[in-house]
Design a protein around this ligand. Sequence first.
Ligand code: NDP
Length: 405
Amino acid sequence: MSKKTLIIGAGGVGNVVAFKCAMNSDTFGEITLASRTLSKCNAIAANVKTRTNVTLKTAQVDADLVPDLIELITTTGANIVINVALPYQDLTIMDACQHCEVDYLDTANYEHPDSAKFEYKEQWARDEEFRKTNIMGLLGSGFDPGVTNVFCAYAQKYYFDEIHTIDILDCNAGDHGYAFATNFNPEINLREVSAKGRYWENGQWIETEPMAIKQVWNYPEVGAKDSYLLYHEEMESLVKHIKGLNRIRFFMTFGESYLTHMKCLENVGMLGIKEVEHKGMKIVPMEFLATLLPDPASLGSRTKGLTNIGIFAKGIKDGKEKTVYIYQVTDHEKCFKEVMSQGVSYTTGVPAMIGAKLMLEGKWQGNGVFNMEEFDPDPFMEELNKQGLPWKVMELDADATRVIV
Ligand code: NDP
């Protein structure tokens, strides 16, 4: 019986997922792209048709509403739902999938619109229901979370008996020519980077002020970049699943202009997520700011340069200390040529498609709710090489460092 795939969310990432599923239509079968704004789905479907000759179905849906989602999933007859709308919709889409007994995948953990917490608690709480219903939920199948989790599982499988420290490194050295813009949904991006920093050491979480820890990391093929410690959701599952871990941190690069703008916006209250009264109307400052900023999906044609995302891990193999750096480099302009998107949407959308492909092909299977590092990394790593995200491994001296200051 041929498969049916439902993609929800027609933003920057949804565009890439739609293209990549169409390019693998033998696996994905009949593909429907649904989102809040039907015209966005139709525009993507038209581009996909022109470039791949695959016809996508399109639909309008408000993914905040479980009954509407149930109707959509039932009508499409989907075998899997790929959720690339916003993290606010994770729980409603999971609940609809459970009702319809259909597998689920996303790329970002649930967030409540009124509180920027990044945790898996509410999604993990659905594990039992998913088990009982015999369906699978794959959480965080983007790049980070996503590929970074798979890199950790791969390091654990082939390079270490015990991993002691992991630094997840996310470098975007792309330039879109704007003084200030975000590479994925502005609201989600700014909530993430303006939150307090947090890392895990010796069994506990240590909190820092936002952007309080800076290191200059030397990224292969890119060079030295200012990198700031942030909290990032994949750490929450990795501390549970990676053996012998003493410390895990996450660093992301930011340029001067981005940080100066962000500080200024924060100082004047534009990053607020609570409603304020404006001329008799209620507005959320962060939502208003997102309206003013360039749509991330529109950055594709302007962005030049590379991304480099990877994991820098230290540990023990056969009684000896060692260091391994696993990373992936993406060229923004190449992504635009292939699927009309910049590199950040590309590096998120391709792994979302790969996760779904492995589920549909039965290579990653299970009942319940899973994080990426719980599965055999091999088929995913193979697909990364085939589907546009080739990766590299550097084996380094035990005391190697890529930190310059
Ligand atoms: P965009 O804002 O570009 O796209 C989000 C899409 O979701 C929009 O098309 C929007 O529709 C749609 N949407 C929002 N609310 C609803 C709703 N209630 N019902 C139906 N559709 C809705 O975001 P991105 O494409 O940049 O990001 C998509 C997801 O990917 C986010 O969850 C983000 O956190 C995640 N991400 C994960 C990364 C990773 O590496 N793991 C990296 C980058 C992003 P409309 O346009 O009509 O409003």
